[in-house]
Design a protein around this ligand. Structure first.
Ligand SMILES: [Zn+2]
Length: 242
């Protein structure tokens, strides 16, 4: 059911269409505001509001924009997830090269394809462990609170709100040295966006949502430690710390 992006109340419809291209947006009976102003906004406004961490924009994307799914995630969100993993691979590789760690750890002795697959596997594992960590703590903490908890929407929420990594594309265009520490800022934006979006989906406060995200990050770090233990390769220490 469509949702008012301002207050989160269910509404019967977001707009009434009188003729082709002639629509009138619905006002929410609960908060008396437009139920979903983003229906008429373009993607630039949506992106800016995501950057500004506005709750309504996440309600719009999660409840009104994406078609409802019982299981699985939207194909476009899935593609974004793959893109985000590839960005992670790029960042790790770039930082290894920049810090001269490639030669230092003997990583460069391996074929290029091996290096790429090696980092890709690590990034996929990190991605999976973070998402499953968040799902796990939500099921333990909030399992009894909701009649139905859609875990596929938790993954969707985390992927959409990690859009900030896309900003790293600027590293390709701009001077690398000027953006030496930019990934710290990017990761902070992703962290806070994850909290904002998940608090919208779970309808919870910032503190519990922050703890949920931190638990997911801890799971990701534990997986990195497990990697180091299993392989016993010092190369992973450098990779995992990024
Ligand atoms: Zn409302």
């Amino acid at each position: 059911m469509p949702t008012c992006v301002e207050c989160g109340t269910a509404v019967s419809s977001l707009y009434t269409e009188y003729s082709k291209g002639n629509i009138r947006l619905t006002y929410c009976e609960h908060c008396q505001k437009l139920a979903d102003k983003y229906v008429e906004h373009d993607y630039v406004i949506i992106f800016v509001d995501m950057m500004l961490h506005k709750k309504p924009v996440y309600r719009h994307l999660l409840f009104n924009r994406l078609p409802y799914r019982d299981t699985g995630i939207d194909p476009n969100v899935f593609k974004l997830g793959i893109l985000l993993i590839l960005f992670d691979v790029y960042i790790k590789w770039f930082r290894l090269e920049q810090e001269g760690a490639v030669a230092e750890i003997g990583f460069a002795q391996h074929p290029l394809v091996f290096q790429y697959l090696y980092i890709l596997f690590l990034c996929v594992t990190e991605f999976m462990s973070f998402h499953f960590g968040v799902r796990l703590i939500v099921s333990l903490w909030y399992g009894g609170r909701y009649a139905i908890l859609k875990y596929n929407y938790i993954t969707t929420t985390l992927i959409i709100s990690s859009f900030g990594k896309m900003l790293l594309i600027l590293m390709v265009i701009w001077d690398y040295t000027a953006l030496e520490y930019s990934w710290h800022l990017v990761y902070f934006i992703v962290f806070t966006s994850n909290i904002e979006a998940l608090s919208v989906f779970l309808d919870t406060g910032y503190l519990p949502t922050t703890l949920v995200i931190l638990f997911g990050i801890c799971c990701r770090m534990l997986m990195q430690v497990a990697f180091i233990k299993i392989t016993g390769d010092s190369a992973l220490v450098t990779l995992a710390s990024m």
